[in-house]
Design a protein around this ligand. Structure first.
Ligand SMILES: [Zn+2]
Length: 285
């Protein structure tokens, strides 16, 4: 629930239409019954109404709870607004290129988001145990991008004993349900990068990002399909099942960070512009 919910425009209502029922269903009989209370928590709302003052210091970060090994899962609200972006800095522990750039990226993104009425929430690293060990899965060996209750989820095989079996996916899933994102973005990296993959109605967002990123690095491209099955992934769960736009941003593995930084700043600015364009196109109706 966004603080400005009572002032929500016709445009954002339209953009968000169809989400309410899925989000309610999401928490019916699930492992996180306190999600509604968290969404209604005035303290949580107040945090979103107050812009982060010191972006590169600890006070802005809040803990969602511990990982398997007790490391904090941290989030920060960088800006507030009617269109909500939930950004995950890292999910696979051996793909931390994007996450390691966050200290430099956050001030840039915050400026763009605040000027544009976008609520931007960052989850710094939803797999801190994996990052510490440079390992894809969490400390229990579960791939946190295969542990979501998508229709294509199947237990076992590194996907967990059941969907949301892991404290990391439970905590982030609960927080995302409270935040009700209009767009989800997750950083990864691969030797095939850099590219943007998308699920759900996110093609225009992916194209805007890539067109801008290409001006800094011509290798950027849109890859509509990863080319292999991703059961229980965030893309399957949010994009395919719930029609919530999600971008999977695949940076080039072990790449020069200056190059990635420029592309990520340009990509985000273009994304913000595209969001404004879509909001304008649906306003006044
Ligand atoms: Zn990955």
């Amino acid at each position: 629930m966004r603080p400005a919910a009572t002032e929500k425009t016709c445009a954002s209502e339209r953009l968000r239409r169809g989400r309410i029922l899925p989000w309610l269903l999401l928490w019916t009989g699930c492992a996180a019954p306190d999600a509604k209370e968290e969404a209604m928590d005035p303290g949580r709302s107040a945090a979103r109404e107050n812009p982060v003052r010191e972006l590169d210091t600890a006070p802005g970060w809040r803990s969602l709870g511990p990982s398997v090994q007790g490391r904090e899962l941290r989030i920060m609200d960088l800006s507030r607004g009617e269109f909500g972006i939930y950004w995950i800095g890292s999910i696979h522990g051996n793909e931390t290129e994007g996450h390691s750039l966050l200290p430099e990226l956050l001030p840039e993104w915050t400026r763009s988001a605040r000027e544009s009425g976008i609520a931007l929430r960052i989850c710094e690293d939803m797999n801190p145990d994996g990052s510490a060990a440079r390992r894809r899965g969490n400390a229990s060996g579960v791939d946190l991008n295969r542990n979501w209750p998508a229709k294509n989820y199947r237990p076992g095989g590194g996907r967990g004993s059941e969907a949301w079996s892991e404290p990391e996916t439970q905590a982030v899933g609960r927080d995302m349900a409270a935040f009700e994102p209009d767009l989800v973005i997750v950083f990864h990296s691969t030797w095939r990068g850099p590219f943007v993959n998308f699920d759900g109605p996110a093609q225009a967002f992916a194209k805007a990002w890539v067109d801008a990123a290409k001006t800094t690095d011509p290798r950027w491209k849109v890859v509509p399909s990863m080319g292999y099955p991703t059961p229980g992934s965030m893309g399957s769960y949010f994009g395919v099942d719930r029609n919530i736009p999600i971008l999977t941003v695949e940076l080039r593995r072990d790449e020069n960070s200056d190059k990635a930084f420029k592309a990520l700043v340009a990509g985000f600015a273009a994304l913000v512009h595209e969001i404004q364009k879509q909001l304008l196109a649906t306003s006044g109706s």
